[in-house]
Design a protein around this ligand. Structure first.
Ligand code: FES
Length: 110
């Protein structure tokens, strides 16, 4: 992997940006999150957590086990506002990833 390799696909943050954040004083995932938006995408750091922890560990020469994952905040996945206000008709929690996939009916009719 070179410095341009994307680590956080949701926010398009590469290794060089993570390393720059570390050189600027970041030493936790949450510090890097504040400086770069890494981990703030739709997956809520599910994809990038371990890669970022590994970069921190190698850059600071600290065991990986000592690098904590980012703090999680609610909602844990994308949620419609109507689900939060209690509209029973559309109160299910829906992932943006499942909504973006074309439906068979969409392909046939539109
Ligand atoms: S890959 Fe980093 S927030 Fe999704």
């Amino acid at each position: 992997m070179d410095a341009s390799t994307i680590v956080c696909k949701c926010e398009e943050i590469n290794i060089a940006e993570i390393e720059l954040a570390i050189k600027s004083g970041a030493n936790t995932f949450d510090d890097i999150k504040r400086l770069t938006r890494c981990g703030m995408g739709p997956c809520q750091a599910k994809i990038c957590t371990n890669l970022v922890r590994q970069i921190i560990s190698e850059s600071l020469e600290v065991p990986l086990s000592e690098i904590r994952p980012p703090r999680l905040r609610m909602p844990l996945k994308p949620t419609r506002i109507s689900a939060l206000v209690g509209n029973e008709v559309s109160s299910s929690v829906i992932s943006v990833f499942s909504e973006s996939a074309p439906q068979e009916d969409d392909e046939n009719h539109g």
